[in-house]
Write a protein that binds this ligand. Structure first.
Ligand code: PHE
Length: 341
């Protein structure tokens, strides 16, 4: 039995020295120290020994168990240390590797132009208001003096939702004049940017959806001179001091008198070039003194109050501001284009 114990000790220690994994370690533990292990098997034979030898053998067996347990613990520490090392190696982060740059977006050029315009108007005491793109025909047309039969109400120009022409996609931001008159206290100074819709084919200067910036002032003693002075100031702030404008007579049903305002061509300085189609001037907006009947329909006394209004084309303003020559670029969202601003 003495030899048996010595052999178990020797074998166990040798095998434990060469252990490589936690699984192997567990296998050896069961094999030597488990209930059905080799050491237990030897101890079971103790009963057959002479009484005098039992304590000596018992002591020896305990010593062998203690040695194997100590070696087992040591081997476990080694296996764990090696596993930790391997994990650290696998998870190592090289903090010196340059990071991946994150693409950060920015405002769309048209909104840059819009924000500039808003700043200018807010600086002059205007408020910015917002309104629905799905609009009543009553506000888009009737309340703006465009009676049934008016050419702008034609189905070839306008997106209606019903055959009675009651609900439509607004074809201009001018219904915001009516909404402002109906809801705001006088005097009023407001601008209302937003989308408008017309049945136009897409080309370099047209789109079935585009943006306008409506503006309106109603106060006592307001004249066409205020309109011209205000718009000239806005244009100089947008496009630089000394930018020249020209006001041409025009017709809108809801303003009287009406005009269109052109700015001198930024490309040729007024001589005439392809950008301005040889005119020297580029049309920027429609404007005029609010028609007395439009004021009356809103319950405003035209003998006490007067006002003017204008409607910018926002895409056009942005195109001039950033020297963009095709409207489609504004809506296509091609990153190669947008990145330039
Ligand atoms: N709503 C007009 C248009 O779409 C522009 C305009 C606005 C004209 C305000 C006069 C006053 O063409």
């Amino acid at each position: 039995m003495r030899e048996q114990l010595a052999k178990i000790r020797e074998d166990a220690l040798a095998l434990l020295s060469a252990v490589k994994s936690a699984a192997e370690l567990e296998e050896l533990r069961v094999r030597y120290l488990g209930k059905k292990g080799e050491l237990t098997a030897v101890l079971k034979q103790m009963g057959g020994l002479p009484a005098a030898e039992r304590p000596v053998m018992g002591q020896l067996a305990n010593q062998v168990r203690a040695d194997i347990e100590a070696k087992l613990a040591e081997a476990r520490r080694e296996v764990e240390a090696r596993a930790l090392e391997r994990r650290l190696e696998a998870e190592a982060v090289d903090v010196t590797v340059p990071g991946k740059a994150v693409d950060i977006g920015h405002r769309h050029p048209m909104y840059v132009a819009l924000d500039e315009m808003k700043e200018i108007f807010i600086g002059m005491g205007f408020m910015v208001v917002d309104g629905p793109e799905i609009e009543l025909g009553e506000l888009n047309f009737d309340r703006l003096n465009a009676e049934p039969g008016h050419p702008s109400r034609d189905w070839s120009d306008t997106f209606y939702f019903d055959k009675d022409e009651r609900v439509m996609l607004r074809s201009q931001t001018s219904p915001m004049q009516v909404r402002a008159m109906d809801s705001l206290p006088l005097p009023i100074r407001m601008v209302a940017p937003g989308r408008v819709y017309r049945k136009d084919e897409v080309d370099a200067t047209h789109s079935p959806m585009f943006h306008q910036v409506e503006g309106m002032v109603i106060d006592k003693g307001v004249t066409m001179a205020d309109l011209k002075g205000t718009l000239n100031t806005v244009v100089e702030q947008l496009y630089g001091k000394g930018t020249r404008t020209r006001f041409r007579p025009h017709h809108f049903p809801f303003t009287e008198p009406s005009c269109e305002m052109d700015v001198q061509c930024h490309k040729c300085g007024g001589v005439g070039c392809p950008t301005c189609k040889g005119e020297g001037w580029i049309e920027l907006l429609g404007a005029g003194m609010i028609h007395p009947h439009v004021l009356e329909m809103a319950g405003i006394d035209p003998d006490v109050w007067s006002g003017w209004a204008f409607g910018f084309g926002l895409e056009r303003t942005a195109m001039r501001r950033f020297k963009i020559d095709d409207l489609r670029l504004i809506f296509e969202n091609d990153v190669r284009f947008l990145e330039q601003f």
